[in-house]
Ligand binder design. Structure first.
Ligand code: GLA
Length: 498
């Protein structure tokens, strides 16, 4: 019995070590790779029968191979890119003559790549630099956003199809349409402006932006402010150069150009900074770098709401922080991030705002009632109002939605409270928000697919007042006992009760 056991164990060990012996150990250099994730090398080691390894990517630096095991002559593993929402699937490496072939998927990218055995020097040249993070500190938060920032951003409408001329035309249109005077003052260039670094490491814009300083001057001359975008990672979300290893230098460059607002988007940094401590540290690092410049720069944190960012956003010097993934010009997405993921009430307030992402109003994917819900909801949340449409070409209805002074006043109320649901009943929601003058904003939302009547007593939602202004209908009436409004499907009514 004992002998049988020993033989079984022994042959098991032999089998295991035989399997390990065949798998492609050593350092491999990829012959080519898709831009994302830009794989450069694969290193597989075996110590005391234990396999371990890493893969290097231009987006993520060195990533450990997780769940690494042999399957016959093949190696199988998974990669975690730091994004908790990405499902990890098996990646397979198999020997093919003197090369190896690697097939699999990371996030949305399928790949089928070959790699050759790397010489020591070749492998060494692909070392990815790492940089220490600063020790934890609290960054002095400048009071640059007493009310939620308002402006425009290039991303929702133009994505990376942007250039100097378009930005100038947008600035002109903000002025001529009256949007600037309604409060929309930041003109934010999102992803896609970046070019290459020079020998000194200074980041330059790409050829679509011949002179950032001149563009900033143009924007400032029109009473507007200029925003820009970068990432703590080596790559931005659209694959442009990020600020990895150049944090201070880039902050100084932005200040020298005359930038007034920075959106700092985690992007490929999510692999490097995937814990609460490291995300804090990397946002702290840029917060400190911005403060060290001689400019006032609004600091917009974009890490999709991870690690309860609202609870520490101010401590890294942030003025607004995304609470969600990306908005889309679709009712369902807008409703999901607006109604269901609107951050935590007590984190929003003067100089620090929950940011459920930019507006889609005017981009054509929602009905007028749905856009009215979008604007009403964002105003109730004291959300930053950053336009995402082509303001050079707007229908009168879009312009009216965006410039309704009474609605903007709810968003910009100096108390800075975040409105919250006071009552939910099936597909209807009634939200309330306390305002600085003691009055209350009341929003009636119909999330259902049928027109409906939303009614109730003021007492039921703890609202007191004698007069009611209907802010979209521009009408005033007495408050009486309660409210009763016909609300179209996916629509909203916004009231100010005094
Ligand atoms: C991320 C952000 C978006 C936008 C893009 C740009 O997805 O969440 O708001 O900035 O990157 O690539």
């Amino acid at each position: 019995m004992r002998q049988l056991l020993t033989t079984t164990i022994l042959s098991g060990l032999l089998l295991a070590s035989a399997a390990v012996a065949e798998v492609p150990k050593g350092g491999w250099v990829f012959d080519s790779s898709p831009d994302y994730p830009g794989f450069t090398r694969l290193v597989i080691e075996e110590k005391k029968g234990q396999l371990s390894g890493k893969i290097t990517s231009k987006w993520y630096g060195d990533l450990p191979l997780t769940d690494l095991h042999a399957d016959g002559d093949n190696l199988v593993f998974k990669l975690y890119n730091g994004n908790p929402r990405v499902t990890m699937s098996d990646i397979v490496v198999k020997p093919e003559g003197k090369s190896v072939r690697m097939t699999g998927k990371v996030w949305y990218q399928d790949f089928d790549l070959t790699a050759h055995k790397g010489k020591r020097s070749e492998l060494k040249a692909l070392d990815f630099p790492t940089y220490p993070l600063p020790p934890k500190r609290v960054v002095t938060q400048k009071p640059l956003a007493p009310t939620p920032p308002m402006g425009w951003s290039s991303w929702n409408k133009f994505a990376t199809d942007i250039n100097d001329q378009t930005i100038r035309e947008i600035a002109d249109a903000l002025v001529s349409s009256g949007l600037r005077d309604a409060g929309y003052t930041y003109v934010n260039i999102d992803d896609g402006w970046q070019g290459e670094r020079d020998a000194q490491g200074n980041l330059h814009p790409n050829t679509n932006f011949p002179d950032m300083k001149a563009l900033a001057d143009y924007i400032h001359a029109r009473g507007l402010k200029l925003g820009i975008y970068t990432s703590p990672g080596p790559k931005t979300c659209a694959g442009y150069n990020g600020s990895y290893g150049h944090i201070k230098q880039d902050a100084n460059t932005f200040a020298a150009w005359g930038i007034d607002y920075l959106k700092y988007d985690l992007c490929s940094g999510e692999a490097f900074y995937s814990t609460a401590e490291t995300v804090y540290a990397t946002y702290q690092e840029m917060g400190e770098a911005l403060n060290a410049t001689d400019r006032d720069i609004v600091y917009s944190l974009c890490e999709y709401g991870r690690f309860d960012v609202g609870s520490w956003g101010r401590q890294v010097g942030g003025h607004l922080w995304r609470t969600t993934g990306d908005i889309e010009d679709k009712y369902d997405t807008m409703a999901k991030i607006g109604f269901d993921k609107n951050g935590v009430a007590n984190h929003t307030g003067p100089n620090g705002w929950n940011d459920p992402d930019m507006l889609e109003i005017g981009n054509g994917g929602m009905s007028q009632d749905e856009y009215r819900t979008h604007m009403t909801l964002w105003a109730m949340m004291s959300a930053p109002l950053v336009l995402g449409n082509d303001v050079r070409h707007m229908t009168p209805e879009t312009l009216a939605l965006l410039t309704n002074k009474d609605v903007i006043a709810i968003d910009q109320d100096t108390l800075g409270a975040q409105g919250l649901p006071a009552k939910k009943d099936g597909t209807t929601e009634v939200w309330t928000k306390t305002l600085a003058d003691g009055s209350t904003a009341v929003a009636l939302f119909n999330r259902g697919d049928e027109n409906t009547l939303i009614s109730g007593t003021w007492a039921d939602i703890k609202v007191k007042g004698t007069t009611v202004r209907d802010l979209w209908a521009h009408s005033d009436h007495r408050a009486d006992e309660g409210y009763a409004y016909a609300v179209p499907k996916h629509g909203a009514v916004l009231l100010r009760v005094k």
